[in-house]
Design a binder for this molecule. Structure first.
Ligand SMILES: C[S@@+](CC[C@H](N)C(=O)[O-])C[C@H]1O[C@@H](n2cnc3c(N)ncnc32)[C@H](O)[C@@H]1O
Length: 272
């Protein structure tokens, strides 16, 4: 029943139905697959019907589930945070590569943390990392804090409500950010704008307004020899590179591509 109901609304109806059932029955997906004739009891059946109705009404599956996976960890979600995306794993890989080759650099920032995906993942992977995570939405910070607690990194993460890094009086070895970067007029026509918070997506007129403001803050916030990693839209490389070069003099600026071969990550390195 689930698969059929979800078919018009999803490219992966079978998988979606399995995820909903595994949540309701507290079983793994493998268990669900090997028990195709399982019967749902009263409340379970009601929950399944309610969840399917939410999906049919256009709600994204991760919000219905209340969680989504990012870099091998499960993150709690609420409608106040963006669903973490696989594209952002490139930023994680580059951040980990920097941190592993620079074992004395352990002060990091995650600007616009959302559900805490970047901050919690980095703190989880690097046991002595200290990371400040900011967001201008209090609701997002609450969820990020819960995720830090669930993944046992709360003592090494600081959550601050801020416009980018403005009230944070510190210098960081590594500044990471996945901020809104969709141009406002394009966003208006995208389905994602109806499903996820606009405050997490809207990058202003050219899509780069929030990133531009962060890059202007970087010279006062980055330690000498530090690195900046900022996720960008696939068609924003040239402009983002030009803004970074202007905002952070004497830096090396490059763009990295994601697994689909699209420009995805702005990397800024400064000399010692
Ligand atoms: C694209 S979402 C990304 C969330 C998370 N970093 C991720 O990768 O899943 C952008 C986040 O930046 C936050 N944000 C937007 N403008 C901001 C600002 N001026 N200062 C701080 N956070 C901001 C939004 O609330 C949202 O949580």
């Amino acid at each position: 029943m689930g698969r059929r109901t979800l078919k018009p609304h999803s490219d992966t109806p079978g998988l979606d139905a399995q995820l909903l059932l595994s949540e309701i029955l507290s079983q793994t997906r493998t268990w669900i697959l090997t028990h195709p004739d399982v019967e749902l009891e009263g409340i379970q059946s009601q929950t399944f019907v309610r969840d399917l109705a939410r999906c049919e009404a256009g709600e994204a599956l991760p919000y219905v589930l209340g969680w989504w996976e990012f870099y091998g960890r499960r993150f709690k979600l609420s409608p106040e945070v963006l669903i973490p995306r696989p594209e952002t794993e490139l930023l994680i890989e580059e951040a980990l590569s920097f941190l592993m080759t620079h074992p004395d650099r352990r002060k990091a920032a995650d600007v616009g943390t959302g559900c805490g995906g970047i901050a919690v993942t980095l703190a989880g992977e690097i046991p002595n990392l200290m990371i400040v995570a900011t967001d201008n939405q209090l609701g997002a910070l609450r969820i990020a804090q819960i995720n830090a607690h669930d993944h046992h990194v709360l003592p090494r993460t600081w959550f601050i409500q801020a416009d980018l890094l403005s009230p944070v009086g510190a210098r960081f070895d590594l500044i990471c950010a996945n901020l809104p970067y969709i141009p406002s007029d394009i966003l208006a026509d995208l389905v994602v704008a109806q499903r996820e918070p606009r405050s997490a997506l809207d990058g202003g007129e050219d899509g780069l307004q929030v990133i531009d403001r962060l890059l202007a803050q970087v010279p006062d916030m980055l330690a000498p020899g530090g690195r900046v990693l900022i996720e960008i839209g696939a068609d924003q490389a040239l402009v983002a590179q030009a803004i970074a070069t202007k905002s952070i003099p004497n830096s090396k600026v490059e763009i990295l591509q994601d697994l689909a071969g699209r420009d995805r990550l702005l990397v800024v390195d400064t000399g010692d």
